[in-house]
Structure formats: C-alpha cells, structure tokens
Design a protein around this ligand. Structure first.
Ligand SMILES: [Zn+2]
Length: 223
C-alpha cells in the first residue's frame, strides 16, 4: 500500500504541475492530466479504505472498553514486516492505543465481508480485535484478558455488523475449537469456563447460549 500511496502522490503531483503552467492546456495535455488524475485517485483508494477500516474498528472498540478512549491503527504490510513483537495485535491500557498487524486487519475485513463461513485466521482476527479492546479496559494479565474477550466476541461481532446468530456461531467456534490451541502459549486457562474463576457471569455470556447454534456451522473455508 505504501508504494501505491507514493505512486498516487506522484500522479497527483504531475496533475498539479500541469495546472501551475502559465500556458493554456491543449487537448493532449488535458487527456494526459485526466489520465494522471485518474491513476492518482485509483492509487489512493487502498489508503482511503484502510483509514475507513481503522475508523470503523476504533469506533466499535470504544463500545467494548467501558468508555475508555481508543486509538486504533492497522499496520501496513511493510510495518508488519518490521514488527518487533510478533503478536497479532497489541493494546496499551495506559495510552488507549491498539495496533493490529496487517494480516489480521486483512482477515478481519474478509470476515466481515463473508461472515457465514470464516477461515481459522478470520476467527483469530475477530478475537484479536476483542482481546486488544479488553486490554484497553485495563486488564494486562493475558489469561484474564483472553477470557474476557471470549465472553464478548459475539458482542464485538454484532457491533461490527454481523447478525446475532452468525456472531454467536463465530464466538462459540472460537471458544470451542481455537481457544484450546492456546494451551501452550500462556493465554489459556482452564478457569475460563462456565462457573469457573474467570467466568464473569455476564447475563449474555457465550457459553450460556444454546449449543445448537454451534452444530452445523459447516467446514472451515480453506483460504
Ligand atoms: Zn494480550
């Protein structure tokens, strides 16, 4: 995207250069300027979509943070390559800053576009969004943060525009299938279960809902 944006600025600079010339434009120059303008705008579209996604995620993250202000950014592919932490995202409760790495913002966009049949990575990306919002609420213990996230993934998905039943299925699938895979990395706790120590007893907690919604969810999409 960075290269496209630079290219976009270059084309728009070519346009501005033509407008700064003192002579009247002939038909060739008008065509040339129009082509440069079109190319400039086309190159800028990914950046506009990127900013729109950041803005949309930031606004909805704030609905999960008990009113705490959120500053959310999705890194570019280039920034992700130089990321030092190697995590899908980070959330800083002291600054309110959430950073989601490029692939996970891309997966999240894909999930929101096609929520009925998500890939494993798309479900990870939903939980990344919710998990980082839980950090902004003030929790820094990873096991507790993850369990808070599990208890709100369906709420987050609805905020992001999913139908309630689809959001439920995604959240239940994350809890039942993907969460146990975190057993070795410090995020998993056996106390993250109904009636256990990390159960917040939320009236709408995902594990209180019917498991029928989980049945027949279908196969993972492979890409
Ligand atoms: Zn975390």
């Amino acid at each position: 995207m960075t290269i496209l944006v630079l290219l976009g600025f270059f084309f728009l600079w070519l346009v501005s250069r033509e407008f700064r010339r003192p002579n009247r434009m002939d038909s060739f120059t008008i065509t040339y300027t129009a082509i440069c303008f079109t190319l400039g705008v086309l190159c800028m579209i990914p950046m506009v979509r990127h900013l729109q996604l950041e803005n949309f995620l930031e606004k909805n993250a704030e609905a999960l943070t008990d009113g705490k202000e959120v500053h959310l950014s999705c890194t570019t592919a280039l920034e992700s390559m130089f990321d030092r932490f190697g995590a899908a995202g980070t959330g800083n409760p002291y600054t309110g800053k959430i950073v989601i790495q490029y692939p996970y913002c891309k997966y999240l966009r894909g999930f929101l576009k096609n929520p009925d049949n998500p890939t494993i990575h798309e479900l990870w990306s939903l939980n990344t969004f919710t998990h980082e919002a839980m950090h902004i609420r003030g929790e820094i213990n990873e096991q507790k943060t993850e369990c808070q996230s599990i208890q709100r993934n369906h709420v987050a998905a609805v905020l992001l525009g999913l139908r309630e039943s689809t959001a439920d299925r995604a959240a239940i699938r994350y809890y039942k299938e993907l969460y146990p895979r975190k057993k070795d990395n410090g995020y998993y706790s056996k106390d993250c279960a109904p009636g256990k120590a990390l159960d917040e007893k939320l009236p709408d907690a995902i594990w209180q809902r019917s498991s029928e919604k989980y049945e027949g969810f279908g196969r993972w999409r492979q890409n």
